[in-house]
Design a binder for this molecule. Structure first.
Ligand SMILES: O=C(O)CCC(=O)C(=O)O
Length: 252
């Protein structure tokens, strides 16, 4: 008997995902692929980031963002699709083949960045509070958007790995975002986050090695901790959507 499962968040494209992988994403809203991106691509992205922040190559439309407290260190760069080297990541076959299993085959790269997360200088400003990426994206349907996030070096609890609230995408709810208070009462003006999290019962830390890549739904609640180490915690990320998605008129 052919039982059709109610698979809402994933698509069957040339059996690229196993049924086990599809069911995991359907249930939890994220899926990790160990070693998806080769070391040479990661290495050239590290070098390009260093060259950009040291002004050795043109910034050409890339937005360079400094930490709100440690004004000397670059926290992240955005709109990196303008750069030919970062495109080796954004257009990498290993990424696109998986992304299409969520967006469908007609695919657009809609937002991208390299997050360096330098060591925190003691204000907790390296913490990215829990949030949903859809808050930043007036694009629908949300189910045809996916984030790819790749560790460029080991990411663990000490240097502020990503954490997720499994299954939070299934509430089908865009939460209110504001500037949440840090535990010491200070506010990080770098990031909005969700304050009302009483419905979230479980958090999973995604400790990852270089090249490991997590794909996640734009309603999945996630964040990253303070970088308490002396290491950076670099990651490169791109959101993809179906080119058939609509852009909401946010002026209404
Ligand atoms: O890499 C991080 O620390 C957090 C990235 C993230 O959650 C985001 O930018 O949406």
């Amino acid at each position: 008997m052919n039982v059709s499962l109610p698979l809402r968040y994933t698509k069957d494209i040339s059996n690229r995902l196993t049924m086990k992988q599809r069911l995991f994403y359907e249930k939890n809203g994220y899926l990790v692929f160990p070693g998806l991106i080769p070391q040479d691509v990661i290495d050239e992205c590290h070098k390009r980031f260093d060259d950009i922040i040291e002004n050795k190559v043109s910034r050409d439309g890339i937005l360079v963002m400094y930490d709100v407290k440690d004004r000397k260190s670059v926290n992240k760069i955005q709109y990196i699709n303008q750069d030919p080297i970062f495109r080796h990541y954004i257009e990498h076959k290993n990424i696109l083949d998986v992304a299409e299993c969520f967006t469908g085959p007609n695919i657009l790269a809609i937002h991208n960045m390299l997050i360096a997360k330098p060591p925190d200088i003691g204000f907790g400003s390296s913490r990215h509070p829990p949030h949903q990426d859809l808050y930043y994206m007036p694009i629908r349907p949300a189910d045809r958007i996916v984030a790819a996030w790749t560790a460029m070096e080991p990411c663990d609890r000490e240097n502020g790995c990503l954490y997720v609230a499994p299954a939070s995408h299934r509430a089908d709810r865009l939460y209110e975002h504001s500037y949440p208070l840090n535990s010491d009462g200070t506010i990080n003006k770098f990031y909005h986050g969700i304050e009302e999290l009483s419905s979230i019962k479980e958090w999973v830390n995604l400790e990852m090695q270089t090249g490991d890549t997590v794909f996640f739904h734009p309603l999945l609640i996630h964040g990253s901790g303070i970088n308490k180490s002396k290491r950076t915690r670099r990651a490169i990320s791109c959101h993809y959507s179906s080119a058939d998605c609509n852009v909401l008129d946010v002026r209404k």
